[in-house]
Design a protein. Sequence first.
Length: 33
Amino acid sequence: TGWTAEEVAELLQIDPNTVRNHFKRYRTEGLAG
């Protein structure tokens, strides 16, 4: 299933929105994004 943005953010001690933004960019641009 995977991790939620909140779980990743807590692990990395960053904002959940940052995780979501990176994930969206990865989905649209791939690793280059």
